[in-house]
Design a protein around this ligand. Sequence first.
Ligand code: UTP
Length: 299
Amino acid sequence: MPKPVTKAVFPVGGLGTRFLPATKAMPKEMLPVVDKPLIQYVVDEAVKAGIEELIFVTGKGKTAIEDYLDQAPELEAMLEGRGKEDLLAALRDSVPAGVTIAYTRQPEPLGLGHAVWCARKLVGDEPFAVLLADDLIKSDVPCLKQMIDAYSEVGGNMLAIMEVPREDTRRYGVVKPLDSTGGDNTGGEPGDLFRVDGIVEKPDPAEAPSNLAVVGRYILQPEIFGFLEGQRKGAGGEVQLTDAIATLMDRQELRGLRFEGTRYDCGSKLGYMKANVAFGLEHADTGAGLRDFIKTLDL
Ligand code: UTP
């Protein structure tokens, strides 16, 4: 039985430059999709997957995230007084009782790998999950739960994988899958777990080992911290988590899971707008009105 995953790291130290000027005075992770900030969606996903300790790696200008996750007794009292039970429940459910929160700081945004490394003392000698709030995943079973269910059978390290158009490989970490015959496979159908034989960050389409891209959900063993230690800057001049995973892979098993669900890249303007439409169409307050509005558009 693999050691259970009870801790999750949320790296929220990035600058969010693609969302400037909005992110000049507001963390990207606080941008709302319909009525909840991005960070709430990944917290919900982690909690539904059985995570008990949430570890946030924050940075300069990110205090709104801490304020958001704090309890708000005055606001709760006001809502209670006005009989706004549904809003009160949403507020209270934001972090359920029994789930703990810890914060650490990334002194400078040196990259995702560096942000994860900053959490090493809080994670300790345990397997852990990493969730990126800007990858919003809409699925029947939360993506991290799909991964933890598979992990509980096989252990090791695991990446969430989705197929992307080949011309887009430059925007992702891309894996080389290994099948039992030693040849390439495509990663199969959603729900399929496969061994990873190589990983490269942001390859040119011509050099990409496949079109299977890593999205922001990981299960990692604590040995990753040793490989992140003193890691040199990689693609884009940042300390890349992918590079440390590539080294870890030589010593430990690494698998990809083609999860069931749709991922929205809320770190980009278009992905964020698509997420608002997809979630807005399903929201009780906005679904019907948004559908009617879309029908009136002269597209
Ligand atoms: P991105 O690659 O989207 O970078 O980070 P970014 O700085 O947030 O945004 P852009 O590209 O400037 O618009 C992916 C995830 O890694 C975190 C981000 O907060 C985001 O959740 N991250 C990135 C850190 O925590 N620290 C870093 O140094 C870099």
